[in-house]
Design a protein around this ligand. Structure first.
Ligand code: AMP
Length: 172
């Protein structure tokens, strides 16, 4: 875990003044650390009966797809508006300034199918909450939210409607 922590690069004032961006590209670039990260994010769900793993565009995709393979599950992309080709539903969420939204294919999961959601960072929780709404909206059973980094001081986990969160690294 220390090895993973030491590979996270803090970028002050990116993408805007006052934000310290947690850059995980050095972790992804290191094959041993990348493997450790995927195994540790997947491990809590080994016996959870997960049949699909949903990743949030774009950094969530890099973690969700290998976690899906590790769990013997399929992959669901949650994408920015206008990118998915089939029938979609859309969920808006608040950013610090303005709103954004995510979309899912209406047939991405079957009714009652157990789905794990994955992203790299949870900050204010708006993105994660929208992901939970999209999946429950199409009838999925969201078993958890697996995230590499949780920024505890922003309180995002409280927005997840009771979906349990597993974070590998937490910053106070
Ligand atoms: P939020 O909706 O505020 O929880 O923001 C979460 C989304 O924004 C995630 O998809 C992250 O990739 C990204 N994000 C927010 N804050 C940071 C940060 N400090 N460092 C890296 N990514 C961030």
């Amino acid at each position: 875990m220390n090895e993973l922590t030491s590979l996270i690069r803090d970028i002050p004032d990116f993408p805007e003044p006052g934000v310290v961006f947690k850059d995980i590209t050095p972790v992804l670039a290191d094959p041993k650390a990348f493997r450790t990260l995927i195994e540790q994010m997947a491990a809590p769900y080994a016996d959870a009966g997960v049949s699909k793993v949903a990743g949030i565009e774009a950094r969530g995709f890099t973690l969700a797809t290998p976690i899906a393979l590790e769990l013997g599950a399929g992959f669901i992309p949650l994408r920015k508006p206008g990118k998915l080709p089939y029938e979609t539903v859309n969920e808006q969420y608040e950013l610090e300034y303005g709103v954004d939204s995510l979309e899912i294919h209406t047939d991405a999961a079957a009714n009652g199918e157990k789905v794990l959601i994955v992203d790299d960072v949870i900050a204010t929780g708006g993105t994660a909450a929208a992901a939970v709404q999209l999946l429950t909206g199409i009838g999925a059973d969201v078993v958890g939210f697996s995230v590499f980094i949780e920024l505890l001081f922003l309180g995002g986990a409280s927005k997840l409607d009771g979906v349990p969160i597993n974070a590998l690294i937490r910053y106070d």
